[in-house]
Structures are given as structure tokens and as C-alpha cells.
Design a protein around this ligand. Structure first.
Ligand SMILES: [Mg+2]
Length: 385
């Protein structure tokens, strides 16, 4: 039993309740504000009693819980709190797989001599997160990731549960199919339609019938249904920077052309950041002149960004501070670094028009890879790779 799944309870709402005693014991709903088209990011357990849950349209949440206290997320604050929690987790093992800002798997296999049994490690983490950060964290302990995550979800809030082999035999088959990680609401509906409600129902169904609903995931889901999961805890080895640069076909010094290329680079960098669910705190503009001298100018921001136009505006403001009179440019690049995971994963969370525009364009490009979707002014540069 060496795999721990650690998951902070109602993270954003708990941070707000921690910092403002007036909010404690009340239905706190973090996300978009009523009257907008956004969604709930998370809500306190008091709000969950009204049926409010994350990813629900905020208009529905308001109908269910009009007395709820609706608050916009304070992303920089949550990132700072998250970093503190992760620095506690990192004291116990380097084998940490970060799932999101408030959730991680730990493999504590090699840590028992130093820190005791898995149960002792879990108890100590819970105690320290409570005392040092002021939040509750639920922890599931099991032989694999699936069962550890299941254990933490069953024990919430402020839970601790060890999923024993005995529970794999007796408890697991009785649970509803939606408890299997990866089975989404639509699949649940399809399974329910043919009379499959519990994990036991699923295991008793013929594979060719399941195939029609689960497709290529059938074998994997059947393994999970038996409590088996061979996926290792994989520490994140992600990119340290995301950048894009162009060596121009001819050296240029026309500001308008340079700006158009900058915009194009910003769009590419923005797409890659969003595609990897990353945001950058530092934007660097790179220019190489016809005499091969190279110049880098950076700006570091208080809040991480991933929007095309924000990246462009910063790169453009860096460009304006460089005197390029009499010089010709042969290479232009934009690098984004100081990367953090994008914790606002709900696309409509902030209900900004620009957010939705970038996301819509990303989706269109994914569906129609050969289509040319970009600001019209860029089309003539489309041969630049
Ligand atoms: Mg959580």
C-alpha cells in the first residue's frame, strides 16, 4: 500500500473561508458571478447540500442556492497556497505526480525507513496541511492509483481511507460505475440504459456488449473494475519554456511587418501553452539582426498568461523599447517561460470574450487542421514556417 492520493477539500472555497471568517459555515460558490454565462469552479460543502457542484452553469447554481455567496476566483492566491502544500508533499517523496493545483499522487515506496508506514505518512501530511496551511486534505491509500483516488473520494471531506484487498473484494463491486475514473456522464447514461449501474453489473456483462459503449477503453475499464491499475506514479517532466521563432526569408526593418510576425508568433505560442494547459509568467522577445548580433528582452508578470493578444501586447511593448533604426532583422522569436499549470481549466470560468475566442479558434484548428484561421492581416505571411 504505497500509493497515496492527496486531494484538498473544496480547495478555492476553503481558501476563501480560511481567509474570511464571515464565510465559514456558509454556502460559498467560487467561479463566474450570477448574471454571466460562466460556470462554478468549486463550492463549499455547505453549497453542495443545495446540489451545487463544479462545472455547473452559474445560473443553475444561483437557482439552486440564491443565498449562496458568489465569489470570483483569486487565481494568484490559490497558486501561492498550492505551492506551499506541494512543498510539504515534496518533503516525503520525490515521486509526485501532480494532477491539478489541489491534487497529486505520491509513491512512498522508498520512504518508510525515514517516515514510517504509509498510514503514518498520510496522518502526518494531513496534520501539517491543517496546522501549517489551515486547510483540510483528504488522502486515499492503496496499491494503485485508481484505488487510491477512489479511496480519497469516498473519504471526503477531511478523509483518510486505506483501500484494502478485502474492500476490493467486497466494497468495489457494489459501487456505481461512475466511480471508475474516466467514465464520464454520457457513458454512465449509456451503461444505465442497458441496466448497468454497479461495477458488479459491469463485470457480469459480456465484453462484446461493453465494447459497443466503451470501445477501445473496454479492457482498461474492466481492469479498473477488478481493482487493477498498472499505471505508475509519474513525476511531471514538463517543458520549461514554450517558444517559437522565425528566420525571415529576407531581412526586414518595416515595423508593420515585424508586428504582424510578432502577432503570428504570439498566436502559435498561445496555442501551445493552452494545448498543454500551461501559463507563462515571463515573456521574452528575441531579435537577431543582419550582422548576427542577438538581443533578448524579457518581462516578468505578476499573473501567468496564455492569451494570444496578451502575449502579443507584451512582446510588442518590449519591441518598442528597442532602437531598430538603421538595422535589419533576420530572426524574430518569442519565448514564454516561468511556466505554471493553468488552474482555471474550466473554459468559461471567467466568461471573458477573449478567452472564448482563443479557445474557439483552437478547437476549430484541431478539427480542421488545414484551414487558415488567423487574423486576416496575417494571411500573407502564411508561407513563413
Ligand atoms: Mg480537490
Amino acid at each position: 500500500m504505497d500509493i497515496l492520493h492527496c486531494d484538498l477539500d473544496a480547495f478555492y472555497a476553503s481558501v476563501e473561508q480560511r481567509d474570511n471568517p464571515d464565510l465559514r459555515g456558509k454556502p460559498v460558490i467560487i467561479g463566474a458571478l450570477p448574471g454571466s454565462r460562466g460556470v462554478v469552479a468549486t463550492c463549499s460543502y455547505e453549497a453542495r447540500k443545495y446540489g451545487v457542484h463544479s462545472a455547473m452553469p452559474v445560473s443553475t447554481a444561483f437557482k439552486l442556492c440564491p443565498e449562496g455567496i458568489f465569489i470570483k476566483p483569486n487565481i494568484p492566491k490559490y497558486i501561492a497556497v498550492s505551492e506551499k502544500v506541494f512543498s510539504i508533499l515534496e518533503e516525503y517523496t520525490p515521486l509526485i505526480e501532480k494532477i491539478s493545483v489541489d491534487e497529486a499522487f505520491l509513491n512512498v515506496e522508498g520512504c518508510h525507513t525515514l517516515f514510517g508506514s504509509s498510514l503514518e505518512i498520510a496522518l502526518e501530511i494531513k496534520k501539517r496541511v491543517k496546522e501549517e496551511i489551515g486547510l483540510t486534505i483528504s488522502i486515499g491509500i492503496a496499491d494503485n492509483k485508481f484505488l487510491a483516488k477512489l479511496a480519497s473520494s469516498l473519504s471526503k471531506p477531511d478523509g483518510l481511507l486505506m483501500f484494502t484487498p478485502d474492500m476490493v473484494q467486497k466494497l468495489l463491486p457494489t459501487l456505481p460505475v461512475q466511480k471508475i475514473w474516466g467514465i464520464g456522464p454520457n457513458t454512465v447514461k449509456s451503461l444505465n440504459n442497458i441496466g448497468i449501474y454497479t461495477i458488479e453489473d459491469l463485470l457480469k456483462t459480456e465484453k462484446n456488449i461493453l465494447n459497443r459503449i466503451l470501445g477501445s477503453n473496454t479492457d482498461f475499464i474492466l481492469q479498473l473494475a477488478e481493482g487493477k491499475d498498472t499505471r505508475p506514479v509519474e513525476p511531471y517532466q514538463g517543458a520549461k519554456s514554450v517558444s517559437q521563432e522565425i528566420t525571415l526569408p529576407i531581412d526586414i526593418n518595416n515595423m508593420e511587418e515585424i508586428n504582424k510576425i510578432l502577432l503570428r508568433l504570439s498566436i502559435k505560442v498561445g496555442e501551445r501553452l493552452r494545448g498543454e494547459k500551461l501559463q507563462a509568467k515571463t515573456i521574452t522577445l528575441k531579435l537577431r539582426f543582419s550582422d548576427f548580433t542577438t538581443l533578448n528582452r524579457s518581462q516578468t508578470l505578476d499573473e501567468p498568461v496564455d492569451k494570444n493578444l496578451v502575449i502579443f501586447e507584451i512582446a510588442h511593448s518590449l519591441l518598442k523599447k528597442i532602437n531598430i533604426k538603421g538595422k535589419k532583422i533576420r530572426l524574430i522569436g518569442i519565448k514564454t517561460s516561468n511556466l505554471v499549470g493553468n488552474i482555471a481549466e474550466q473554459p468559461n470560468l471567467f466568461d471573458f470574450k477573449a478567452d472564448n475566442l482563443d479557445q474557439t479558434v483552437d478547437e476549430l484548428k484541431a478539427r480542421f487542421p488545414s484551414a487558415k484561421i488567423m487574423p486576416a492581416s496575417l494571411l500573407k505571411y502564411d508561407n513563413i514556417k
